[in-house]
Design a protein around this ligand. Structure first.
Ligand code: ANZ
Ligand code: ZN
Length: 816
């Protein structure tokens, strides 16, 4: 039998400290009086399954390590947690398991918190937990809607929107991934509905230009840049050919405006193409072509945007039977309608330049339309030459190169009055209406007399009624529409009979502002208070960690809302997070963990078997934190052995109570302190752990004084909070180790004569080779030492080494 205090037993010490930490409120921060604040935020989870999987454990542990490290740097670390438990993901889960979402979410959030987050040893301040479905939270989500509404940043408009037939609701563009619903992967359809939008496009330019200023993971910055999709070019007006029909039109209707990124190709525009949704299609269709055009338009409506835009797809279209004048050549060119032109981008109409645009080229070939070269190809090409070059057949602009021609042509357009430089963005307004139950009602009332009336602030929250029949019906209306007690109300303005809006808010609005709420979660009178001293302390958030899959969703929305709050005058900064780090992902068999694939790994099992400390260390050692990788539990017993050795060494030193450390061990210790610190700051947790492992090999050969032993315990503390708390207690340190200051390394004690070269197999970190600095570039020597490392030896065993990649002084990588 193992006895407490003699052998390392995580099953005794982990629950013990978990309770003491909770009882003493160890991780609670003084929001008002913190001196050196550090707001350490990790994306709060959405419960859409029974448990969190090992990927959550991995990602949150990396955030917790940084929080603990910063606390040991003397920072007042605020590390709150909550649940994004309102919205479609939870509701879909509730449908699946046949429970009411409110009952289900209460239960799941409690379990995530008590059975998972607490057990894994994260230092969260649970006193400020938030749950987005609670009225005291969504009251403020509705309040934010009203702020945007009152400041002309929310509007209701009829639009062609994405409709998920399985979730029976509309979706924002960002929530449609490759033509499928982000939640259930059903093919999305198009529907015309009157919906509420937030005007994110108003901030397109700022969302883009700020990307150069913020310290965010590169891949997220690039994803946002592409999503915003800025295109510079010109709009050009093509005049319609005069006819009796045209004469009766209004002045602005007598032209068709197109958007092009290539004004330098205007002389090569041999036809125009309108999108099937373009309002002028019906006006311009000639008598002879009318029925053909109508049929074509109908067939185009049945397709999704993705289907229409696929480049490889055979292009289809129909001639409208009418013409415009190309303002550059003054020639008459035909107008077509084709579904490869989209209504919601640019002007919904294009000038086709088949010689220099591949889509136009295949279309022109198919329908025998004229092709005219206006840019001299720099190389022989088949099909369209899409590059820039020297202009030919272009009137007074012939001979110029594209770069000079573009601004000149734009000026010429302007002077003649038929065009001008223009910028367009791919970014669309954020559709926030949902036809679902489990969400905050949109706080709007419709009155026959007064029209659209916002719910007065004093009447918030508009409570979501608790009803039995909450499932989506699929009639294009939310389930709230079937609850007369909810719908029928009185107009706040005139007191007459009125109806409530029955759509609910996209739950990305809940999560778009939640980080503002944590420090104010105990206040019922404000959402957040920018004039308070605590606001100035904690915002903008110092560090945010989460998955890059949220790049154009959550992470874009948080930036937009922050900019909107600034414009409204609620706050005085426009970026929410000083630093954002995209952590890697843990996969299983190379695939994302998901219930449908049946490849979910549950962290609880491992906590039961080896303890939370071992699991934390193992996950952090397995793969580089920002890179992620595949899960396997092969090496987990190695971690347990490491912890046992660590425990044994501490107890031995404690028994000896030495005053002085052995000089070599001491020097190694100081080196390790330095290296672990540097690695943590770089989020290279796996190398930090490797340094700690390397150190105990040295320690076993030597010895440390009690004081120095405590230093080792400290530098392991962020990774393994339970065992280090217990050892700290045994070694006579005061409660708690997690409030201690990180040890300082003494440069005098570090003989910088050694260099460490990291050893990899197929690019995966496996260990380090320590050599004299002078030898760090000696490939042969390092290769020889590397293959002697136990782990490398085992891994290479009977495998063939295909290649050895050596970066002198840094890494050696065996490709097998
Ligand atoms: C003439 C032209 C000539 C074009 C040429 C390209 C090459 P990005 O970069 O994506 O902004 N376009 C404009 N509006 C469109 C719409 N609503 N649906 C489909 N295509 C549209 O691309 C802008 C280019 O895409 C525009 O420049 C236009 O074709 C097309 F040698 O105009 B171009
Ligand atoms: Zn009224």
């Amino acid at each position: 039998m193992q006895k407490d205090g003699v052998f390392y037993n995580p099953h005794i010490i982990e629950p013990k400290w978990q309770k003491i930490w909770a009882d003493t409120k160890l991780y609670m921060v003084d929001i008002q009086n913190a001196k050196d604040p550090f707001y350490n935020l990790w994306m709060f989870p959405y419960p859409s399954g029974a448990r969190m999987h090992v990927g959550h454990a991995y990602a949150s542990t990396g955030s917790d390590i940084m929080g603990r490290f910063m606390r040991m740097q003397g920072k007042d670390v605020f590390q709150p947690m909550g649940f994004d438990a309102f919205g479609i993901h939870g509701e879909n889960y509730a449908i699946k398991v046949g429970k009411h979402p409110l009952v289900l979410m209460e239960d799941l959030c409690n379990r995530f918190r008590d059975e998972q987050f607490k057990k894994i040893g994260h230092g969260y301040d649970w006193s400020r937990e938030i749950r987005t479905y609670r009225p005291e939270y969504y009251k403020w989500t509705q309040w934010i809607f009203l702020q945007l509404y009152n400041n002309n940043l929310a509007e209701r408009k009829e639009a062609n929107v994405n409709w998920c037939p399985s979730c029976k609701t509309v979706l924002a563009d960002e929530q449609v991934i490759s033509g499928e619903c982000e939640r259930c992967h059903t093919k999305v359809e198009q529907k015309v509905l009157k919906q509420w939008f937030f005007k994110i496009t108003k901030f397109a330019d700022k969302l883009l230009s700020n990307l150069d200023k913020i310290d965010w993971s590169r891949k997220v910055v690039e994803a946002q840049r592409n999503w915003i999709g800025k295109s510079t070019g010109a709009t050009i007006k093509f005049s319609k050919i005069k006819s009796s029909k045209i004469k009766s039109l209004k002045e602005e209707e007598k032209v068709i405006e197109v958007f092009t990124t290539r004004p330098d190709t205007i002389f090569g525009a041999t036809y125009l193409v309108l999108s099937p949704e373009h309002p002028q299609v019906a006006i311009l269709a000639s008598k002879e072509q009318k029925s053909k055009v109508e049929d074509y338009v109908k067939s185009a409506f049945a397709k999704t945007e993705i289907e229409r835009m696929t480049v490889e797809k055979d292009k289809t279209g129909v001639f409208l039977g009418s013409y415009v004048i190309n303002p550059a050549t003054c020639k008459k060119i035909p107008i077509w309608v084709a579904d490869y032109v989209l209504m919601n981008y640019g002007t919904g109409a294009i000038m086709a330049v088949p010689a220099h645009d591949a889509r136009d080229f295949s279309f022109a070939k198919k329908y025998s339309l004229p092709i005219k070269q206006v840019i001299k190809p720099e190389a022989q090409v088949e099909g369209a030459y899409e590059g820039y070059g020297t202009l030919i057949n272009s009137g007074e602009f012939t001979g110029l190169v594209s770069k000079e021609a573009i601004p000149k042509i734009c000026k010429w357009f302007e002077k003649k009055g038929f065009g001008k430089s223009a910028v367009f963005y791919k970014l669309r307004d954020w559709l926030i209406s949902r036809q679902r139950y489990w969400s905050a009602p949109i706080p709007i009332i419709y009155c026959n007399k007064c029209g659209v009336v916002p719910v007065p602030e004093k009447d918030l929250p508009v409570k979501l009624p608790f009803v039995k029949d909450w499932k989506p019906k699929g009639d294009g209306r939310g389930p709230l529409a079937n609850i007369p007690e909810f719908v029928n109300t009185l107009c706040p303005t005139c007191g007459g009979k009125a109806q409530r809006e029955t759509d609910t808010l996209d739950n990305f609005l809940d999560s778009g502002w939640y980080f503002f709420r944590y420090p104010f979660s105990d206040r019922g009178d404000v959402a957040f208070d920018a004039n308070s001293k605590e606001f100035k302390k904690w915002f903008p958030v110092h560090l945010y960690i989460g998955g890059a899959e949220h790049s154009v969703l959550h992470l874009m929305y948080t930036r937009f809302l922050t900019m909107a709050f600034k414009e409204i005058g609620l706050i005085n900064f426009d970026e929410p997070f000083i630093k954002f780090l995209a952590q890697g992902h843990i996969t299983m068999g190379g695939k994302k963990m998901s219930k449908s694939l049946g490849n979910i790994v549950n962290p609880d099992e491992y906590i039961e078997k080896v303890g939370a400390d071992a699991l934390r260390l193992y996950l952090m050692f397995l793969v580089p934190y920002v890179q992620g990788g595949d899960f396997s539990d092969k090496g987990i017993s190695g971690i347990t052995r490491f912890l046992n050795r660590f425990w044994g060494l501490c107890l031995k030193e404690n028994a000896l109570k030495a005053i002085k450390s052995k000089p070599e061990t001491l020097s190694e210790l100081h080196k390790t302190i330095k290296k672990v610190e540097e690695a943590i700051k770089d989020f290279k947790y796996n190398t930090a752990i490797a340094f700690l492992m390397g150190f105990i090999n040295e320690w076993e050969k030597g010895s440390l004084s009690l004081e120095d032993t405590k230093k080792v315990v400290k530098i392991l503390a962020p990774f393994a909070p339970f065992i280090t708390e217990e050892l700290w207690h045994i070694l006579g340190g005061g409660y708690s180790i997690h409030k201690q200051i990180w040890p300082k390394h003494d440069p005098k004690l570090i003989k910088e004569d050694k260099a460490s070269v990291s050893v990899q197999i197929n690019g995966k970190f496996k260990g380090v080779v320590e050599v004299d600095t002078a030898n760090a570039k000696d490939r042969e020597l390092i290769e020889k030492l590397a293959v002697k490392i136990e782990k490398i030896k085992n891994n290479l065993f009977d495998r063939k080494i295909k290649k050895v990649i050596f970066i002198p002084g840094k890494t050696i990588n065996f490709v097998i």
